[in-house]
Design a protein around this ligand. Structure first.
Ligand SMILES: [Zn+2]
Length: 367
């Protein structure tokens, strides 16, 4: 469902006026009323009513300010388009925290006192966010982590003007807040996360991997360099981006399928990051060549990044912008990932099996 645009002005103006201008007026009227009832104004009950009336004005004002701010920050995160992602349906309790930025009651979440080894992933989109090795007991009632998986968590100013809110960088799910300067761990950082925003994947680091998909000329050469990155768990070459199901090499070379020669890189986010892997991609093929690399010409050799989530797209666009400011006329396409068709076995890990080195790819430092 499309979100209705929020008219911030409409919320903010009455909130400020009520909070700043009208409070003295209301309280004066209440006190005046109390004072004009001789013999009753000294009664405790009436004093309590006066106090309640006075503070309810403040509570109302703060609620309106918070609501206006909250609407604003929801508007900011609307830049991420979760509709395009494969998101899990949420229960009303999950939606209250994940979508409407609520907070679960302290000491009630399932991961507050929980110390199994594994990876915490986003409840809504499944992106790995935190490692169990970074979890610590902050005695605050919510799971606490002093580090995140690189690039997985987005920080935004909270509507309260003081705290820093944290979201899943991939889908914008509300996670909680991050605090610094408390001195609780050597990293001096506490991600205070709602349990309900998380799912847990038990096991070692291989249980939580991330996948990158690139096309940059002959897939033999791209795979050769991707396998050299520490933290890459596995790779496979294949075809993607086109329209033909179960394509074979001959069909792809004929130029009729629309497919790219591509590679799927599975990596451990605890050891490397999407950004590091993408940098290697941009430094081992020539991103300024449209449909060829070295001697290989043809549509299947186009340069492209197939992003699997909005975070990958953002990292890719950032790197391309960086290269452009350095004068590289980058033609790499940035496309949403489609079904990946594994290529024939004899294409897999080609140079390793052959014991030779690429003829059309080489490392060139560009960042
Ligand atoms: Zn997410």
């Amino acid at each position: 469902m499309r979100r209705k645009p929020v008219n911030l002005k409409a919320y903010r103006l009455p909130a400020v006026r009520t909070g700043m201008g009208n409070v003295p007026l209301f309280t004066e009227i209440f006190h005046a009323c109390c004072n004009k009832l001789p013999g009753i104004s000294y009664l405790l009950s009436l004093n309590i009513i006066c106090m309640l009336a006075k503070y309810s004005i403040f509570i109302l004002a703060f609620s309106l300010i918070a609501f206006a701010g909250c609407s604003q920050s929801q508007n900011q995160s609307a830049k991420i388009n979760p509709k395009k992602m494969n998101l899990k349906a949420l229960t009303p309790d999950e939606a209250r925290v994940i979508v409407n930025k609520g907070t679960e009651a302290p000491f009630t979440g399932k991961y507050d006192k929980f110390s199994d080894a594994g990876t915490y992933v986003c409840k809504r989109c499944g992106t790995p966010l935190y490692r169990s090795t970074d979890k610590f007991d902050a005695h605050c009632g919510w799971p606490a982590f002093d580090d995140e998986i690189p690039g997985a968590v987005k920080r935004i100013p909270d509507a309260d003007g003081m705290r820093t809110e944290i979201e899943c960088a991939a889908c914008g799910a509300h996670l909680g807040h991050v605090f610094r300067g408390e001195g609780l761990t050597p990293k001096d950082t506490r991600h205070c996360v709602n349990s309900i925003s998380l799912d847990f994947v038990p096991g070692g680091s291989t249980a939580a991997t991330d996948t990158a998909v690139f096309a940059g000329g002959c897939f033999w050469g791209v795979e050769y360099y991707m396998k050299k990155i520490a933290g890459v768990v596995s790779t496979q070459v294949g075809y993607t981006g086109g329209k033909t199901d179960h394509p074979d090499y001959k069909q792809v070379c004929s130029g009729t399928t629309g497919h790219y020669e591509a590679i799927e890189v599975v990596f451990d986010p605890a050891k490397t990051s999407y950004e590091a892997v993408a940098k290697m991609f941009f430094e081992t093929h020539d991103p300024t060549q449209w449909n060829h690399q070295g001697p290989d010409w043809g549509d299947q050799y186009r340069s492209a990044v197939f992003y699997r989530n909005e975070a990958q797209k953002a990292v890719t666009e950032k790197l391309i912008a960086e290269l452009k400011t350095k004068g590289f006329k980058v033609v790499t396409e940035v496309l949403p990932a489609k079904r990946f068709w594994k290529a024939e076995d004899y294409h897999q890990d080609y140079y390793n099996h052959k014991g030779s080195t690429p003829y059309c790819h080489g490392y060139v430092k560009r960042f």
